[in-house]
Design a protein around this ligand. Structure first.
Ligand SMILES: [Cu+2]
Length: 498
């Protein structure tokens, strides 16, 4: 059996061949031996899954990806979704197995990535690295143990499909949940253009031409002048006609109904593609309890800044009345909006000023991991750097000087070995912020910061994180601005065998 691969081009045919162990390593004409990596379907990945143990309980879900229409307060938009936007929330208990049968009724390849979960590598849903794409008309079953409780979500990892309606929340309950609360709500934020001003594929095509392309006069999706001090300058690249909470625009808002004095856990997920959101609940303070699914020492705040792919859980004790739950599209001058109703009162208007939005605004650097999930200190075995580069002018986003090449996914991979403590320095040399996401691991911000899997890295700043290399495989590491990722700001963290 071949349990490792070497620079194999993971096309559909190539992947299947690797999966059955039929492809021999390709010897490269070079005087240095190139690294060999663990195979997603190899023994090391299976051993890691066995070590998770699990309860043996299985939660089955069917996900049918298909063209559909959504109603945005009277505007009908053609899009792709798993039946609704967001998809129905998937819930299971930590240690349980998720069995998700995906049917692809789209006119295109797709996949499902389980964002934030430290799962078995061959179920991570990254075509070219961990599986063959699910072709149009094909099925694929994802089956894995969800070992860690928390707030996660799922979306495709093919092209800019993330910017359609193909997403939903994945909640892993803690069988020994330490928090006490009466209600729980999931709040999914999104920036929306699909079927309204164009399609994400058209946006990608336009942005790929860079600003020179725009001067040539193309589709008009590029957004200029979106600025945010919190994000260090340029806030985003793309113009969106709608900003949504749980799939609904401000003119047709989601309404949460409860009672005064009740304690609510709100799980907030940014499923956007190019928008950070500043989230606040009018008339309330928020107690942040989790970042990206993992507990933090609780911190009170008025608002939270959430980049694409990030999640925060908050606890709130509800007041009496009717309140706006708002998510300002940071630097873009628009707001996603929902309503909280616990009593009588006038319904707030989406345009109403929410004082909490401009009081204390929490970012991840204000957080510290709960002692129960902080990494014990140990010697760092390996130091890696991911240098983010590129500009709006050329739209040439890259990591370590290399634009990700799907035909050669392991070219320029960041190598680690199982068992190592790894320190990763994410160095942003660009004039724009990037939400950096690592698959398959929940690292910890250096200096006792929070456990996270997606972190905002401000322009010309660096972020250092540490993690234990305990989940063998080939793991995508990329900017969660889908247009940056798709034009090159992506690499692979690969577990080496030699
Ligand atoms: Cu980016």
């Amino acid at each position: 059996m071949h349990s490792e691969i070497q620079y194999a081009s993971l096309t559909r045919r190539g992947f299947l061949a690797v999966g059955t162990g039929a492809v021999a390593a390709i010897a490269l004409a070079s005087c240095t031996t190139p690294p060999r990596y663990v195979s997603p379907t190899g023994a090391a990945v299976q051993q890691a899954e066995s070590a998770r143990g699990g309860t043996g309980r299985v939660t089955r879900v069917d996900l049918v990806a298909a063209p559909t229409q959504v109603d945005l307060a009277g505007t009908t938009a053609n899009t792709w979704s798993f039946g609704s936007v967001p998809a129905p929330t998937i819930r299971l208990s930590a240690g349980d197995t998720l069995l998700a049968n995906v049917r692809n009724q789209l006119p295109a390849d797709t996949s499902v990535h389980w964002h934030g979960l430290a799962l078995r590598n061959d179920m991570d849903g990254v075509p070219g690295a961990t599986q063959a794409p699910i072709g149009a008309g094909e099925d694929f079953s994802y089956e894995f143990i969800a070992a860690h409780p928390g707030t996660y979500w799922f979306h495709p990892h093919v092209g800019p499909q993330l910017d359609r309606g193909l997403y939903g929340a994945l909640i892993v309950d803690d069988p020994n949940e330490p928090l006490v609360y009466d209600d729980e709500w999931v709040v999914v934020l999104d920036d929306w253009l699909d079927g309204v001003t164009g399609t994400p594929d058209e946006v990608l095509e336009e942005l790929s031409e860079g600003m020179m392309g725009m001067m040539g006069g193309s589709g008009g999706h590029m957004l200029m002048g979106a600025r945010s001090d919190l994000l260090g300058g340029d806030a985003g690249d793309v113009f969106y006609p709608h900003y949504l909470i749980n799939g609904r625009p401000p003119a047709d808002p989601e309404t949460f109904t409860s009672a005064p004095g009740r304690r609510v856990r709100i799980r907030i997920i940014n499923a956007g593609s190019d928008t950070a959101f500043r989230v606040a609940l009018g008339g309330h303070r928020l107690t942040v309890t989790h970042s990206d699914g993992f507990p933090v020492n609780p911190v009170d705040t008025d608002a939270i800044l959430i980049g694409m792919g990030e999640r925060y859980d908050v606890l709130v004790t509800l007041g009496d009345g009717v309140f706006p739950l708002a998510a300002a599209a940071e630097g873009k001058g628009e707001t996603a909006f929902a309503i909280l109703r616990t009593g009588s009162g006038e319904t707030p208007r989406p345009s109403a000023t929410i004082p909490e939005m401009s009081r204390s605004i929490l970012t991840a650097d204000a957080l510290a991991a709960d002692p129960g999930v902080a990494f014990p200190s140990r010697t760092v075995d390996r130091e890696l750097t991911a240098k983010l580069s590129g500009s709006m002018m050329a739209y040439d986003w890259a990591i370590n000087g290399r634009r990700f090449d799907p035909a050669n996914p392991l070219d320029g991979a960041l190598g680690v070995r199982q068992g190592e403590r790894v320190r990763l320095r994410i160095e942003n040399t660009t004039e724009m912020w990037h939400p950096f996401h690592l698959h398959g691991h929940t690292y910890q911000h250096a200096g006792g910061g929070p456990r996270k899997d997606t972190s905002i890295v401000l322009p010309r700043k660096s972020l250092t994180v540490e993690f234990d290399a305990d989940n063998p495989g080939l793991w995508a590491a990329h900017c969660h601005n889908i247009y940056h990722a798709e034009t090159g700001m992506m690499t692979i963290l690969g577990y080496q065998t030699t």
